[in-house]
Structure formats: C-alpha cells, structure tokens
Design a protein around this ligand. Structure first.
Ligand SMILES: NC(=O)C1=CN([C@@H]2O[C@H](COP(=O)(O)OP(=O)(O)OC[C@H]3O[C@@H](n4cnc5c(N)ncnc54)[C@H](OP(=O)(O)O)[C@@H]3O)[C@@H](O)[C@H]2O)C=CC1
Ligand SMILES: CC(=O)N[C@@H](CCC(=O)OP(=O)(O)O)C(=O)O
Length: 369
C-alpha cells in the first residue's frame, strides 16, 4: 500500500551545529518542569541550559528562586542550580533567546506570541492559543487580541506541531502550535486510515479517551482534587471539549462525523484513547497493519503494537512515545484503535522538543529516547 502520509519525506535540512539559546516560560508548571528536564538532559544542550522564566514582574533581589526549589526531582548532586527569573522581554533578549517555549495558559500565550515573533524569536507554544485556524473552533478559548490584523496573519502562519503530519512545515516554522494531549493521541490513531480513505465517515467515529489528572495542570479544582478524582472515573466536557476543533481541522472531518468524550482517570499521568471506527469495505487485519507501518515507517516516536497486543498506559508513562494498536472484528469492517501516550511528554513537552529538533535540522527523536 502506498504511503499516504504526505509529509513523511526524509528530507535533510541544514543541521545546526550549535544549540539555539532557549527560554521556557511557565517553568513552575507540570509541562514546564518536564520541558526543563528534557532540555537539561538533551545531548545538544549540555553547554546551553535554557533560561527559566516565571511570571512577569520585577525581581525581588532578596529572594532568589531556583529550578530545584519548585522541581526537586531536577536537583543535581554537586549543588548545580538554575535560577528562575521573572519574565521580561529585556531578559529574554539579553539572553540571546532564539526559541521561546511557552508552557503558559492560553490567554498568556496569545498575548506573548506576537511580541516574540516581532522580536525575531521563534516560539513553540504548548497552549491551545494558536492551534486552530477556524475562529468557530477557537471561540471556546474566548481569546482576545490587542492587534487583530497582526494576530490573524500570525494565526495563518502558525504550524500545528504534530511532527508525524507536518514535519516539513515545522522545520521552517517561526510559530509552532504544539497539539493538545487528547488530540495527539486521537489524531495519530486516525490519520493513517482517514488519509487512506478507508473510514466510513457517514457512520461516525467514536473516541472514548481517558486522561490522568496532570492533564489539568497543577492548580487543583473541585473536580481534580484528590477527594473527587481518587477512586473515581468521570466523563466531562461532553460534546464540548476544546480539542474537538483540533480533530476536525487535522483530520479534515466535520463535527457530525466524530464524537469525542474525555474522562478523568484517577492516575497522575497518561492517556488512553479507544476509538471506534466503521470501515467502508471489508479489510484484512494484515492490511490494517500495513497501513500503520507505511504511515509511521519514518516516525521514531510512534510505536506500533502487534495484534493481539494493545497499548497500555503503563507502557508509555514517562516516555516520549505514542503507542498504537488495533483490533478488527471478524466482519472486517469494525475497527477499534487504541492509542496511548504520556500527556506531559508526547502530549506536551516531549512533542515540543521533537518540534525543536526538527527546527534545528536534527533527528526528531534526539534526546527523547
Ligand atoms: N498538562 C498537560 O497534560 C498539558 C498541558 N498543555 C498546555 O501547556 C500549558 C501548561 O500546562 P501545565 O504545565 O499543565 O499547567 P500548570 O498549571 O501546571 O502550569 C502553568 C504555568 O504557567 C504559569 N502561569 C500562569 N499564569 C501565568 C501568567 N499570566 N503569566 C506567566 N505565567 C503564568 C504558572 O505559574 P506559577 O508557577 O506561578 O503558578 C505555571 O508555572 C497550558 O497551556 C496547557 O494547556 C498542553 C498539553 C498537555
Ligand atoms: C485531564 C484534563 O483536564 N486534561 C485537559 C487537557 C490538557 C491538554 O492537552 O491541554 P490543552 O489543550 O489545554 O493544552 C482538559 O481536558 O482540559
């Protein structure tokens, strides 16, 4: 079967010999912490640690905050410390920042991205602020722009940071909108089959996805508090989760062709999506395997489980992989796809570093295996 992944082309762009200067905003959060860990261990960044940025504001010179104070798991024997600095553009420019990671809330990312780009700094934004091209899909974020014309231009330039679908565009992007965690797991499972025209879209696709609590960020709410989430399983944002727009835009389908329901799992991290698909024609199991192998043959961070084995959260937690597996009904038309990833890694920070690698012309899996 022909490879239907249009961007799975092994092009070798000019590779950077030196690592770019990077900065991470939102360093105090879950995604920011994982990003710091990945970059501090990345072989290309041994000599070039990122600048770690907290919220905007003036420094209180009497109290210095260090990375290890907030993320003790990143402490290194020998007292090596990394200071966290309040976010200011002056500081970012003085540090020679070439790539700014935003692990910040959507509203803050929407505000900061135009200024970064204007200053010649590339951005990898982990929030949902720049992922959606259609305003009808973006409306759920209730974002406002200081300069609507400039924002519209930037929006159309933003590249959806799913390397398995858009590697060539990511390589040359100034603004990468890193995908949502649920969206990543569902898009990677469905794209090979939808692009190959095998799915009976009129029949509708059902995505039942479950996420660990870290997906909601570090500030507990009544629904993510231990007392509510522990020993529980609950559906939420039914018919209204903000990742639905990413599914529609990236899979080129309409809202009546997919139903996506997220659930909160009482575990710290990991996502499992079970996706129910009706195929247009009867297909052999070997063909399903071939479609997946062809699509992902050049994708080192997608692992295919061979039938009858299905992905499990324990196999992917604390890894940068998305694992995919499937089961086909005896009628050859009812396909169940199972997709698993760590929401903080392949669903956020790991994918962000994968995008950085591509932007630098390095192997996309560098520092992630
Ligand atoms: N958690 C996940 O699984 C995923 C998260 N994302 C996205 O990544 C981003 C970060 O998520 P996550 O780490 O979970 O969130 P957290 O809530 O854990 O962390 C958010 C960070 O942003 C900082 N922050 C909050 N408001 C502002 C502000 N106005 N200006 C500057 N910094 C601010 C917080 O600062 P302080 O430390 O002072 O509170 C904190 O460090 C979000 O946009 C989220 O949607 C994307 C995919 C998956
Ligand atoms: C369990 C949980 O609450 N998960 C988050 C999704 C996390 C994610 O991918 O984030 P963004 O799209 O916000 O970047 C949610 O459902 O809102």
């Amino acid at each position: 079967m022909a490879n239907t992944a249009t961007t799975n082309v092994l092009e070798q762009p000019a590779s950077r010999t030196t690592a770019p200067r990077t900065a991470i905003a939102g360093i105090g959060g879950y995604a920011g912490g994982e990003l710091a860990r990945l970059l501090l261990h990345h072989p290309r960044f041994r000599e070039t640690a990122p600048t770690f940025l907290g919220r905007a504001g003036e420094s209180d010179t009497t109290v210095k905050l260090h990375l290890e104070d907030i993320h003790p798991q990143l402490a290194v024997a020998g007292n090596q410390t990394h200071e966290i600095l309040p976010f200011t553009w002056e500081r970012i420019v003085d540090a020679g920042t070439e790539v700014l990671f935003l692990a910040t809330p959507h509203e803050q990312s929407r505000e900061w991205v135009p200024e970064a780009i204007e200053r010649g700094i590339k951005v990898i934004d982990l929030s949902g602020a720049w992922r959606l091209q259609h305003s009808s899909n973006r409306v759920v974020y209730k974002l406002t722009d200081a300069n609507t014309e400039q924002a519209a231009l930037l929006q159309s330039e933003a590249v959806y940071g799913c390397p398995e679908l858009h590697r060539d565009k990511i390589r040359n992007a100034r603004l990468v909108a890193n995908p949502g965690c649920y969206a990543t797991s569902i898009i990677l499972a469905l794209a090979p089959f939808i692009q190959a025209g095998l799915v009976d879209l009129d029949h509708g696709i059902i995505c039942d996805a479950k996420s660990g609590v870290s997906g909601a960020g570090k500030a507990p709410t009544s629904k993510t508090h231990f007392m509510y989430a522990a020993d529980n399983l609950s559906a939420y944002a039914v018919f209204g989760h903000r990742h639905t727009g990413e599914l529609l835009e990236q899979l080129h389908i309409t809202s009546d062709q997919i139903q996506f329901t997220p659930h909160l799992l009482p575990i710290p991290r990991g996502i499992l999506s079970t996706i129910y698909v009706r195929l247009k024609n009867k297909i052999e199991s070997a063909t399903i395997t071939e479609v997946l192998h062809d699509f992902y043959q050049h994708s080192p961070l997608v692992r295919l489980r061979s039938t009858p084995h299905l992905p499990e959260i324990q196999h992917v937690v604390r890894t940068n992989f998305c694992d995919l597996g499937f089961a086909l009904a005896p009628d050859g038309k009812r396909l169940i796809l199972v997709s698993c990833l760590d929401n903080l890694l392949k669903g956020a920070s790991g994918q962000a570093v994968q995008n950085l690698n591509l932007m630098c012309g390095w192997k996309e899996e560098e520092g992630l295996l």
